[in-house]
Design a protein around this ligand. Structure first.
Ligand SMILES: [Zn+2]
Ligand SMILES: [Zn+2]
Length: 367
């Protein structure tokens, strides 16, 4: 009993995170140290590779941190050295502080760390996002970070990376989650904006990733400028600097007092909703763009008039398809629907799949 409790603590799992070991495919927690996590383990600081001497997306300061992408649940400040993709450097410097010791690598570039070879591969999530491949002898592990399979004009498309062990996210790991294309959803956003020329249209969405995806897809429908909240503006400028094509944007703060934004589209982060910043707009129509808008009642609970289903995470099909394509025989599932996805993979494909408790938050209010 005590021993199992000890294992749970080491792997940062709680009792109920273990599936009932009902089939021989599920390793008993007692044997976790033999059959479970080897090349990468979970320590209190985060995902750790002892052979390479590094952490991946640690949630506490460490000596060497490999970062999958610049969302705040993955890129935390305070570590001594960071390694991430070159193209994410601009946004990471904003997140980690200008003095952060940051080494940028190209996608696919192999870096020797301790006894391991490490490389970063596109995750299709946001600008510069990566899956991290760790190779040690014949053993290959891939940590997915956050990822999606649908087309996104603002970032590199997801690359399937074959491996023995795949650590996948599962934010939207339920069969009810099935995404339309970004273009189809952004067409709806454009039509919603056009439908009310008498009022400002304020679309709330995460300032990093989602906002730029909308601004880029809107190029297909309009050449009118879009007004942006300061938080969106700063990140959009970084996207422009690396060559991402988007509609023209104007910071709301640059418009003269008294300007009414009648018939204009304004993009703002969810934190601006119900803040004093909203006083600039009289009787706007409001909407929220997020994967959570697929859930009945989520829009109303958050107080938006419209909801657009737009996510930067894989939907159910995308998750299952990706796990299969990696050909990994062992899968650890983090973020969100860890139980559902791991059970499905065990029961349907006889994979050795287990939920893994981490501090990643998926598409929470922070992203
Ligand atoms: Zn993310
Ligand atoms: Zn995440």
């Amino acid at each position: 009993m005590l021993r199992l409790y000890g294992m749970c603590r080491i792997f940062n799992l709680s009792w109920y995170d273990y599936p009932t070991p009902s089939t021989h495919l599920v390793p008993s927690p007692f044997f976790q140290h033999n059959t479970g996590m080897t090349l990468i383990t979970v320590l209190p600081e985060g995902l750790y590779c002892e052979q390479g001497g590094f952490f991946i997306d640690p949630w506490k300061p460490v000596d060497r941190a490999l970062i999958t992408h610049a969302h705040s649940d993955h890129a935390r400040s305070g570590s001594q050295h960071y390694i991430a993709t070159k193209i994410s450097e601009g946004i990471l410097q904003k997140r980690l502080g200008i003095n952060a010791n940051l080494q940028g690598v190209e996608y696919g570039q192999r870096v020797k760390l301790g006894k391991t070879w490490v490389s970063f591969h596109p995750a299709g999530h946001v600008l510069g996002s990566a899956q991290i491949r760790v190779e040690c002898g014949n053993d290959v592990w891939v940590v997915s970070g956050d990822y999606k399979r649908g087309y996104d004009p603002t970032c590199e498309s997801f690359e399937v990376v074959p491996c023995n062990t795949f650590i996948t996210e599962a934010t939207f790991g339920l069969p009810i989650y099935r995404w339309a294309t970004g273009e189809a959803t952004c067409r709806e956003i454009y039509q919603w904006w056009e439908s009310d020329p008498e009022r400002p249209s304020i679309l709330f969405c995460y300032a990093f990733g989602k906002a730029q995806r909308v601004l880029s897809e809107l190029c297909k429908f309009t050449d009118k400028p879009v007004y942006v909240h300061g938080a969106v503006h700063v990140l959009t400028e970084i996207y422009r600097q690396v060559g991402v094509k988007m509609v023209e944007t104007i910071p709301v703060s640059e418009m003269p007092r008294g300007y009414k934004f009648t018939g204009d589209l304004v993009l703002a982060p969810p934190s601006a909703h119900r803040s004093t910043w909203m006083k600039r707009f009289s009787h706007p129509q409001t909407a929220f763009a997020s994967g959570w808008m697929a859930v009945r009642g989520a829009r109303r609970r958050r107080g938006y008039e419209r909801g657009f289903v737009l996510s930067d995470h894989a939907d159910w099909q995308g998750l299952i398809q990706t796990v299969r394509q990696t050909q990994a025989e062992t899968i650890y599932v983090t973020h969100g629907q860890t139980e559902v996805v791991s059970r499905y993979l065990r029961e349907t494909f006889a994979l050795n799949a287990l939920p893994l408790k981490t501090l990643f938050e998926g598409e929470g209010d922070i992203e």
